[in-house]
Ligand binder design. Structure first.
Ligand code: CDP
Length: 226
């Protein structure tokens, strides 16, 4: 069956890229434009990291992280059109951008057991739906079969400036290095992904470029279904 056929029930648009590349903003805007659901996989990784920190787990200890994740209950809720994490019955969204989470999320995300659990949860929630999913390994590892893949990038200094403008002092280069050199599902440009430099376009411009590419690929937009 043609993957662009609107009668096929599962459609995933995968958006990957490094820290502060602007992919969350454009992914949310694209989902709203198309009438798709939106899943920010980074929030799931941040939520697991917050759970480890709350339990006093040493996030640099791979075995301890794997054990803590195995013992915790991670769920994915949905607020209308947007997915969000729930860890052991708590919605941790207000904590996800704290400095301690920023500092520990990449080591936690490098643990294979963490990736296994979250990749399975992400696949399960996209099944039978139309979803824009953003992260680091969405087009390369979680949904390698989707024909709709984007990689949003911007020069490192532009991304660091954006983070500072958001009131965050973290050095995003450290996270990028861990994310792109880990052995399990590293950040990479997935084969077939369309690379967009977000430093030369505003949000509407990036979304317009994505919509144009999706149309050229034959994706038919039907806002009556999610
Ligand atoms: O917002 P920002 O781009 O800085 O990061 P994020 O999307 O919130 O992701 C936070 C961290 O989660 C990343 O630096 C990765 O370590 C991890 N992550 C991952 O490993 N795989 C994903 N699919 C999404 C996030």
């Amino acid at each position: 069956m043609n993957k662009a056929d609107t009668s096929s029930s599962t459609v995933v648009i995968a958006i990957d890229g490094p820290a502060a590349s602007g992919k969350s903003t454009v992914a949310r805007a694209l989902a709203a434009h198309l009438g798709y659901r939106f899943l920010n996989s980074g929030d799931l990784y941040r939520a697991i990291t917050w759970g480890c920190l709350s339990h006093g787990v040493d996030c640099r200890d791979t075995g301890a992280v794997a054990m803590a994740v195995g013992n915790s209950h991670v769920e994915v809720g949905c607020d209308g059109t947007e997915y969000y994490p729930i860890v052991d019955g708590t919605d941790p969204r207000v904590h996800l951008r704290h400095a301690a989470v920023n500092a520990n999320v990449s080591p936690v995300s490098a643990v294979p057991a963490v990736r296994y659990i979250l990749s399975a949860a992400i696949r399960a929630h996209a099944q039978g739906r139309r979803t824009v999913v953003e992260g680091r390994d969405i087009g390369s590892a979680v949904f390698p079969e989707t024909p709709y893949k984007f990689y949003i990038d911007a020069p490192a200094q532009v991304r660091q400036r954006r983070r500072r403008n958001q009131g965050q002092t973290e050095e995003i280069a450290k996270r990028d290095l861990i994310d792109s050199t880990r052995s399990t599902d590293p950040l990479t440009i997935a084969p077939g992904a369309t690379v967009i430099d977000s430093s030369t376009l505003d949000v509407e411009g990036v979304v317009a470029a994505m919509v144009e590419k999706l149309r050229a690929q034959g994706l038919v937009f039907d806002r009556t279904r999610r």
